[in-house]
Design a protein around this ligand. Sequence first.
Ligand code: RIB
Ligand code: CA
Length: 310
Amino acid sequence: MKVILDLDTGIDDALALAYALAHPNLELIGVTSTYGNVTVEQGVRNTLALLELLGAPEVPVFLGSERPGFRVQPISAFIHGANGLGQVEIPAPRRGPAEATAVDFLVSSFARYGEDLTVIPTGPSTTIAAAMSSSPEFARQARIVMMGGVLTVPGNVSAWAEANVSQDPEASDAVFRQGGNITMVGLDVTLQTLLRANDTARWRRTETAAGRAYAEMADYYIRAYATTSPHLGGCGLHDPLAVAVAADPSLVTVFDTNLKCDTTGPTRGRTIGDETRLADPLKTAHVAIEVDAPRFVATFVDTLEEYFQA
Ligand code: RIB
Ligand code: CA
């Protein structure tokens, strides 16, 4: 299966990037860059640098657009570090982004690969909404497996809102209303999938540059979670779980519905069923509400360990 990642390259996005490269059933054909954990420019820089570290310098990286007035939130800098990668220094990339825009790449890739392509957004929905608005075919037919949103538990930036969706609720609402095939991998499941220090120790023991850097980044993330969410006992594998579900939907149980995102009032950023489409027999969203966490975490840690060693 061909995949495109739409990343706001912080630490769990970096983990998702490595997993997409390492996964035996996925072919990463490109990365589009969005903002969120970092600016678009920092995200591009991080993605290019990580692709070189991971031995995949040929994968193209495309610039998405930033929401006007965007500023990196202090909580993002705390969780992901000021550089988005837990203050781990990755050598500067030797190339820049591709010339085409993220939207053009998404739409043209769907025109070329159709149902063989899955798009995996792991940041705010701004670029995906722009691609949907520029191509009704992309909107109706492209398979999107997104990390973002939450349905059955509280949010992580407010009582209602998950971080990615909170950055651009209008874009998320447009994606839910226009998209014909959306799988939402939200906090309902990602906070059940936890990475711990004994897992990252295995990556460090590979004694490779990538293994060491990924262990350092993930340990930074685990320490941040120990401060903000000590009850979890690890860090949430948000973005890597979306990659895993794209490759193997049997990892999760889904609830089919039609989603919307509140854009006004005190619940701005809440992802919830659209009451105006409640009786519509066609359900365009598949919300992951249960996950086989042990199977996912074990496979994820093993696969990256083998990839770093190779
Ligand atoms: O809420 C979790 C999401 O917010 C993840 O995508 C993480 O990278 C942050 O952007
Ligand atoms: Ca992310």
